[in-house]
Write a protein that binds this ligand. Structure first.
Ligand code: AP5
Length: 222
């Protein structure tokens, strides 16, 4: 029998580095990166029905209604690639209702990774963040400047990355986080995200390698 694929949830405040770590994790482990923020932004720029409904919430830094996001995530998780390669869920669940929806479907990760970063750092990271619309890569004007002029010229800023909106996103995050933690307290792994991204990744990497090894051993013995 072959080992069950990895199933990972990553959480943390706005700009705690979820997307940055997910890039590295999915590249190394081959799991499918499912970011509700990325999917919603793609729906908005494509002008779909979901996008049009989500737009005003996102631009003002509020959460998009649960039913929209939950339908999106459950559809994505049920696709063949996520079942075969495993998944990395980024930005979901974000409310107790969302966590309950997954529990009802018996969707449970192997680990719940939580990135911890102080508030003042988060604000600086958001305000300095830039996105490459072509590759989806995440940059920062000071921390991770673009590799060349060509990339630099096409970088865009997210409409919800102003200082004022970041503060309200952070507040919404803090109001919701407690109610989700109890669902995953037994598989929670907290990481200090206020270190260079490679250092943060080293810690996640060894955690996931350990989990992968456990799964392989389980599949041999079972
Ligand atoms: P979403 O896209 O999920 O935004 P978020 O949670 O606010 O997280 P961010 O994307 O801002 O940050 P990140 O942690 O990925 O950090 P990053 O790696 O980019 O959601 C956006 C909106 O969509 C929500 O507000 C809501 O409206 C809606 N939405 C999404 N999911 C939803 C849900 N489940 N329910 C309802 N609504 C939902 O890094 C940030 C910056 O820091 C970058 O510039 C990066 O280069 C830099 N950086 C990263 N790591 C480091 C490091 N170690 N050191 C220094 N700099 C670093």
């Amino acid at each position: 029998s072959t080992a069950e694929p990895l199933k990972v949830m990553i959480s943390g405040a706005p700009a705690s580095g979820k997307g940055t770590q997910c890039e590295m994790i999915s590249q190394k482990f081959g799991v499918v990166h499912i970011s509700t923020g990325d999917i919603l932004r793609a729906e908005v720029s494509a002008g779909t029905e979901i996008g049009n409904k989500a737009k005003e919430y996102m631009n003002s830094g509020r959460l998009v209604p649960d039913e929209i996001v939950t339908a999106m995530v459950t559809a994505r998780l049920s696709l063949k690639d996520a079942k075969e390669k495993g998944w990395l869920l980024d930005g979901y669940p974000r409310s107790s209702a969302q966590a309950e929806s997954l529990e009802k479907l018996s969707v449970r990760p192997d680990v719940y990774v939580m990135l911890e970063v102080p508030d003042d750092i988060l604000i600086d990271r958001c305000v300095g963040r830039r996105l490459d619309p072509l590759t989806g890569k995440i940059y920062h004007v000071k921390n991770f400047p673009p590799e060349n002029e060509e990339i630099k010229e096409r970088l865009v800023t997210r409409p919800d990355d102003t200082e004022e909106k970041v503060k309200s996103r952070l507040e919404i995050y803090k109001n919701n986080v407690e109610s989700i933690l109890s669902t995953y307290s037994d598989i929670m792994f907290k990481i200090n995200g206020n270190r260079p991204k490679e250092v943060v990744f080293t810690e996640i990497d060894s955690l996931l390698l350990r989990l992968q090894k456990d799964k392989e051993e389980k599949s041999k013995s079972g």
